[in-house]
Design a protein around this ligand. Structure first.
Ligand code: EPZ
Length: 440
């Protein structure tokens, strides 16, 4: 397993570019199962979750090739196997995104029940309710979910759940409904840009979807969908992570390739904290910190609210801001595992139910910490860059699932992050990072 050894304390300076969105790319890849011909997706980030879904798609008879120009080509060459293997599904929950396309195109899908998750309880009951209302038979067999239908039929379906809308649930049911007979009306749908991007992609393939981006989506079923080329939208979560990286190191950073309109809620709260964020060009933001930052109260909500996927990063920034802040997560109320690790770095955070009560400290201190999930890993990298001294972050495989070469990007603007194998670290006796840096 790899670890990061981070030497903190340097303000970041320079320019860095955002990759394509992981959470937009994954459902788009799965949707290629619906199409005739070769789908080409440009700006697909090169990260572990994309590779895991590529492996799964191959087991489902889809040829997946990463071209030399970085685009991903996907072509279904065999429709015999519609069973998603436990070993791949347990590695990545987003594997459930293949269920809707398989059901619609092949009339059958068997997908291993996704297990527990480090960010809390993540049921898929709303996905399954949507399939049932489209006329599918949904059953559980030996830990698998089996969905089956000869012909899906349009229906009126409410996708609202106890915590609001579901992102991958909306993607799944919307994809399935594209080939259903008649009209489907989905209410209580997710408004996230990744859902809108998927609807636009499906329409480019020949689907007839309207209302995406509002709470009601209408889908007029069509006979078939044809493969197209499409570019994946910029990753708004990576962009927010980079903005916080600039802010927490009190640096000056230009971030290219962003879609600022997807970041409104995050930009607004960061400005309230006191971070200066300027649109300096088309798809470009400049981040500076030229005043004392202030504590805030914020709540992570479904889009257009502050994303839960940015909650850990914002919590980390606030841990360095003098005064008392409160961070609440209404989407995943248990998503606070980073707080205990941040406290190991001398942060002062008390977590209670769905809230983190933060008392800002003047200086975080380097420590040995453990990443627990994707965004918690990013939070620890941010904390480590701001901390005094050296931080060793264990289990960074979580980070590799969802960020494309994050340490390379951060090092290019002045961070000091070394990746090494855990075994190499423990072999070194004292001050391991010093020796590693000497040999690097
Ligand atoms: C997507 O997960 C993202 N994943 C997550 O990003 C993100 O945190 C989440 O949306 C919320 O924005 C991908 O897009 C691949 P949900 P998803 O269904 O779709 C409850 C990251 O860090 N719910 O929108 O699985 C659920 O428990 C990841 O990149 C039900 O009750 O999330 C949660 O409280 C992690 N029943 C809320 O809805 C259901 O059937 C929102 O979950 C489905 C969800």
């Amino acid at each position: 397993m790899d670890v990061f050894v981070v030497q903190g304390g340097t303000p970041l300076r320079g320019s860095v570019s955002v990759s394509g969105s992981k959470n937009a790319a994954l459902p788009m890849m799965a949707t290629a199962l619906l199409a005739r011909g070769t789908t080409v997706l440009r700006r697909v980030p090169d990260l572990v979750d994309v590779r895991t879904l590529s492996s799964l798609m191959k087991t489902l008879g889809c040829d997946v090739i990463r071209e030399v120009d970085g685009s991903l080509s996907l072509e279904v060459i065999d429709e015999d196997c519609s069973e998603a293997d436990y070993d791949l599904v347990r590695r990545m929950r987003a594997s459930v995104c293949v269920m809707g396309p398989l059901l619609a195109r092949r009339g059958f899908a068997r997908v291993s029940m996704p297990g527990g998750c480090n960010i809390g309880h993540r049921p898929i009951d709303i996905h399954l309710r949507g399939f049932t209302e489209l006329g599918a038979d949904v059953r559980f067999e030996s830990g698998d979910i089996v969905v089956q239908a000869t012909q899906l039929k349009g229906a009126e379906i409410n996708l609202d759940g106890p915590r609001g809308s579901t992102v991958t649930g909306t993607c799944n049911v919307m994809s399935a409904a594209t080939l259903a007979s008649g009209r489907t009306i989905l209410t209580g749908v997710a408004l996230e840009p990744e859902v809108v991007a998927l609807a636009e992609f499906l329409n480019a393939m020949g689907a007839n979807i309207s209302g995406h981006g509002t709470s009601t989506i209408e889908i007029e079923g069509v006979e078939a969908l044809n493969a197209v080329e499409q570019t994946v939208i910029p990753d708004r979560i990576e962009a927010a992570t980079l903005i916080v990286a600039a802010a927490i190191t009190r640096g000056t950073v230009t971030i290219d390739g962003v879609e600022a309109s997807h970041l409104n809620a995050v930009i607004e709260i960061l400005r309230e904290i006191g971070v200066t964020i300027e649109e300096t060009g088309l798809s470009q933001l400049q981040i500076t910190v030229d005043q004392k930052l202030s504590p805030v109260q914020l709540t992570a909500l479904p889009y257009p609210g502050i994303p839960t996927d940015d909650q850990a990063q914002l919590t980390t920034l606030l841990a360095t801001v003098s005064g008392k802040s409160v961070v609440r997560d209404q989407v995943f109320p248990d998503r606070f595992m980073h707080c205990a690790e941040l406290n190991r770095m001398d942060a002062n955070i008390r977590q209670e139910r769905d809230r983190a009560f933060i008392t800002g400290v003047p200086q975080l201190q380097g420590a040995n910490v453990m990443a627990s999930d994707l965004r918690a890993s990013a939070a620890l990298v941010l904390a480590a860059m701001a901390a005094k001294g050296e931080t060793v972050i264990h289990r960074i495989y979580h980070l590799d699932r969802g960020y494309s070469a994050l340490e390379t990007k951060l090092n290019s603007i002045g961070a000091n992050i070394i990746r090494c194998r855990e075994e190499d670290l423990s072999q070194l006796q004292d001050s391991p990072a010093k020796q590693l840096r000497r040999s690097a």
